[in-house]
Ligand binder design. Structure first.
Ligand SMILES: Nc1ncnc2c1ncn2[C@@H]1O[C@H](COP(=O)(O)OP(=O)(O)OP(=O)(O)O)[C@@H](O)[C@H]1O
Length: 572
């Protein structure tokens, strides 16, 4: 590339207004450079430059994906292809460009004017290989794209089809320098330009509201939904991850088969393996009959594992083995292994890589499930959706009581809701709408076919909410800790000691509060994932023990009487 050429390229990048404009400019230039290298090579007329792809994917998920396909006739609808997950891993770990000889599975690069094989058979991800060969790609070049701070956050790929060049260096040596230069020049634009506004998304029963900020993500998810690889949906609690998983299933080739959910927050650690794989009669105490696990129940369908970070290390090993071999054995079953015919979607509301660094999540499993990561933004970043969700939720609530009824929200409510912050996301909004609905019912006497939810109902419903200025739960818990420490200091001043073990009473205080609030011990235990204790009817005893600790704390603090005293008494 001569200087004039480079300047013209920079000029086009400068004129780009969106990520997509810049990515297409870069890819066009890359494909043209590859075309020229092919024409000058010994493979001229025997191979084809097929397509280029660019994606931007910081660690928490795919943000954008752009395809420039020279095999498509113009006017054809864009066929979406996925970038290669294995190529991405190579580029990230090497932080440099690589070339892949797809049929041989060879991964190599070019160093000091010489080809260097990084790994024979290093490109062996079955899904990636199949996908590339099915679109006639024999050679793939992958170049890192760097964010402004230097980290690799994206990748550009050029695909070529030239069966004659299998096992040969092909055109990479001649091309590598210009591909790297083009990527380097384009990266600052890619890192900073906004996305092209997506066309208004099509809504349906599973995704009834779709704002501008979600439309781009949904476009990508339409492509991801069709794949067999594991999809990882991150995002804060209540943002709608489970619903989105169901939406993906409904758009996948598996849509006619079951959609199963394994919510790990509700399953005690010791039962996780059993829930996943099922068990044979007699496998453990209480296993009175053969019971299929959710992998069997999801046969030919999709299994959504929510809160994957709650998976015990033992169950992580089991899941990894399953993902690698695609086979499993129910607990206590010595017989033949069973084939797992299931597509996995995994949900998490924490950063899984942080869990890896903290030693709580296996790194190998992390890479297995982090193939197609996406992040569902919090509702506060989807403000254009808030009013519409509220309308949808009000109607949904009303129709639970009056099928076919109509519910409206008064003018002015929208502003109220949009100005609020929603740390609990859609779940919190749903609660507020339900509260406003209950207040409207009180105004109107009963639910007629039509109901109007007024501003005063929402204002009141919101007044029960914790506002944006509210401190976090952690701050509140820490405030309680500070109070105890201050009390210990006071007692020390009097020559006394406040035993640290007394702070164990926190469990009892939490449980007691939950029982009071929910009006049921069973519900309180289930709220905290202790359903197994309820089932075994152990929870009364457990609660009693916790209440004794609360009493001991009260005594040490010189309080007369303890809260929730009566809770430990009856077994009702
Ligand atoms: N697509 C949807 N259609 C209807 N309601 C929805 C949708 N998405 C979210 N909601 C509302 O938000 C609530 C939370 O949604 P969901 O359970 O999918 O969130 P989540 O992100 O999986 O939460 P968690 O991380 O706590 O499991 C639902 O109970 C529902 O009221």
């Amino acid at each position: 590339m001569n200087q004039r050429h480079i300047l013209a390229f920079i000029d086009r990048l400068r004129k780009a207004r969106t990520f997509e404009d810049a990515a297409l400019t870069m890819l066009r230039e890359m494909l043209d450079a590859a075309q020229a290298a092919l024409a000058e090579s010994g493979f001229s007329g025997r191979g084809r430059i097929l397509r280029g792809m660019a994606h931007w994917r910081p660690s928490d998920g795919y943000r954008r994906l752009v395809l420039l396909d020279d095999t498509q006739r113009s006017g054809e609808p864009a066929i979406h292809h996925l970038p290669s997950a294995s190529a991405w891993r190579w580029v990230v770990t090497r932080e440099g460009p690589i070339a892949i000889d797809v049929p041989l599975g060879r991964v190599w690069t070019w160093q000091n004017d010489a080809a260097k094989v990084l790994k024979e058979g290093g490109f062996s991800g079955q899904d990636s290989v199949l996908r590339l060969t099915s679109r006639d790609t024999s050679h793939l070049y992958a170049i890192p794209l760097r964010a402004l701070h230097g980290a690799v956050e994206g990748m550009a790929t050029v695909e070529a089809g030239c069966p004659r060049a299998v096992g040969e260096d092909f055109i990479f040596p001649a091309l590598q320098e210009s591909l790297e230069l083009l990527a380097e020049l384009a990266a600052p634009y890619l890192a900073t330009l906004p996305p092209r506004p997506a066309a208004a998304g099509v809504t349906d029963d599973l995704l009834p509201v779709l704002g501008q900020s979600m439309a781009g993500l949904i476009d990508m998810l339409r492509v991801f939904a069709l794949q067999e690889e594991t999809l990882l949906i991150g995002g804060p609690t209540g943002a709608g991850k489970s619903r989105l998983a169901r939406w993906c299933h409904a758009r996948s080739v598996r849509r006619g088969a079951p959609f199963e959910v394994l919510d790990l927050i509700a399953v005690p650690e010791e039962l996780q393996m059993a829930e996943l794989f099922g068990w044979k009669k007699g496998a453990f105490t209480g296993a009175v009959r053969d019971t299929p696990g959710c992998i069997t129940r999801a046969f030919k369908g999709t299994l959504f594992i929510d809160e994957i970070d709650k998976l015990s290390l033992k169950a992580q090993a089991g899941l990894l083995q399953l993902l690698e071999s695609r086979t499993y054995r129910p607990i206590g079953d010595g017989a033949r292994e069973q084939q797992a015919n299931v597509r996995f979607i995994v949900g998490s509301n924490v950063d899984l890589y942080d869990q890896v660094k903290a030693g709580r999540f296996r790194e190998d499993l992390y890479y297995r499930i982090n193939v197609l990561p996406v992040k569902l933004p919090p509702l506060d970043e989807r403000r254009d959706e808030i009013a519409e969700w509220a309308r949808f939720m009000a109607l949904r609530r009303h129709r639970e009581s009056v099928p076919g009824g109509e519910a409206r929200i008064a003018a002015g409510v929208e502003r109220l809701l949009v100005e609020h912050t929603w740390p609990g996301n859609l779940r919190q909004l749903d609660n507020v709408v339900r509260r406003a609905y209950a207040l409207a019912l009180m105004t109107h006497g009963d639910a007629g076919p039509e109901i109007l939810l007024e501003e005063k109902h929402f204002a009141r419903a919101l007044s029960y909410e914790r506002g944006s200025e509210r401190r976090s739960t952690l701050d509140d818990v820490r405030a309680a800790a500070v109070a105890v420490v201050e009390e210990a200091e006071r007692q020390q001043g009097k020559g006394l000691v406040l035993d640290l073990d007394l702070s164990d009473a926190f469990r009892g205080l939490v449980l007691g509060t939950a029982v009071e609030r929910l009006g049921s011990k069973d519900a309180a235990f289930r709220l905290f994932g202790k359903g197994a204790q309820v089932q075994a009817r152990n929870h009364h005893k457990m609660l009693r023990r916790e209440m004794e600790k609360v009493e001991a704390l009260c005594k040490a603090l010189g309080e007369e009487g303890a809260p929730f005293r009566e809770l430990g008494d009856d077994e009702a």
